[in-house]
Design a protein around this ligand. Sequence first.
Ligand code: FAD
Length: 445
Amino acid sequence: MSTVSIFWHRRDLRIEDNIGLAAARKSGHPVVGFFCFDRHILERLSPLDRRVGFIHHHVTEVRAAYRQDGGELMVRHGHPLPALQAAIKELGEQGLRVVSIYTNRDYAPYPVKRDAEVAAWCGANGVEFQLHEDHVIMPPESVLKDDGTPYTVFTPYSRKWHKVREAMPISPLDSADTLGSGQWAEIPESAAPSLEDMGFDVASGNPEGWAAFDRPLDPHTVRDYAEKRDTPSVVGTTRMSLHLRFGTVSIRQLARFGLQHSDKWLTELIWREFYQAILHHFPHSASDAFRAKYDRIPWRHDEQGFEAWCAGQTGYPLVDAGMRELNATGFMHNRVRMVVASFLCKHLLIDWRWGERYFAEKLLDYELASNVGGWQWASGSGCDAAPYFRVFNPESQMKKFDPKGTYVKRWVPEWGTPGYTAPIVEHKMARQRAIDTYKAALTEA
Ligand SMILES: Cc1cc2nc3c(=O)[nH]c(=O)nc-3n(C[C@H](O)[C@H](O)[C@H](O)COP(=O)(O)OP(=O)(O)OC[C@H]3O[C@@H](n4cnc5c(N)ncnc54)[C@H](O)[C@@H]3O)c2cc1C
């Protein structure tokens, strides 16, 4: 029997500059690619979920790249461990013995548990299991305080991030490490499940569904980032979040670009790593307030208010524009995410978890760590959140960031006409109610 290694793609849908894949190709055993559409994740999604379409589209591209290079990507639909076991059996029937599985590490709670199960099975069955760091520049354990504990405040984290980075330049992988023929196992081509086979509507795979993100990294956007990043009416941010989420771009490529052209933009990439580290070190924060006393806040179970917020019918134009943009495109500008999230937690006093779940359903770039981080920041309960008594005024935010109403008019055409809905809550009252409620809950004995 010949020996082979499996490289298991998850959130790294590319073959270029892929650390785990490069390591697999240096293992000395020919490599077989593997991807599993994970039932555990998919069964909770709507049949129209465009993220599945996006993944399917890119998995198909990765498979074509493997084939062009003389290799094969096995694509399966199921629960990961049984799917891997079945692939190993199938390869065995072709006279190939899998000696190792390589993959890139994911730091969120579910993948950590999944990988521990796979590692345990591999350990018991004589298969080496290797996790590599590809998804961030600094894995959660690389940026710690001098006493070895995790940072919970961004600015010192970021300072340390730079210090560690200076000692460890971010170099691109030699393209020979990831491309080029000769290191693939020669196996017959096998069919991949279609979207319909997995219960998804074929329309979810239409690239128009992710048009908001369908652009390469634009050097001008990065160079002008500091000036334009807070203006929702223009494309002043890079729209890389969806690509980072599924690894269709390499974080090293982006970070090198940021280092050369924009500190401000690089800082956003570091926020992403900060939130990944927070979720890794404090997994409870996925569902509970990072600061426990914030779970004492008596949230209002206002289903009507929540529905109005979801539909973009609050009577606050910037909030409504943001929610309608989200519902239509799966994207929302960061400044507007902050405003709508604050409005839900403070003006409506609705539990941040309701908003977090709604974003999880709608955002194409949904990422547990950044989403929870953003929501806990807005609700005040997060690790480095704004103080609870700072309540965004959605009208002043609009005056500052969309003074001519260009963005608002795009999404709320009836704004300024009698057809536009009246505010569902009065700002002054709502602001005071939030401050009083938070204060009472946080100062309880
Ligand atoms: C309530 C709320 C929820 C959010 N949910 C998510 C989410 O689910 N997924 C997600 O990727 N981002 C989330 N963000 C962060 C941010 O809004 C998006 O990353 C950003 O809008 C994506 O647009 P861009 O790619 O054009 O970003 P750019 O401004 O071009 O930034 C470049 C990259 O840096 C990262 N980044 C930027 N801002 C942040 C931030 N504040 N926190 C963490 N990373 C950041 C992203 O990976 C982004 O692609 C959330 C923010 C808030 C306030």
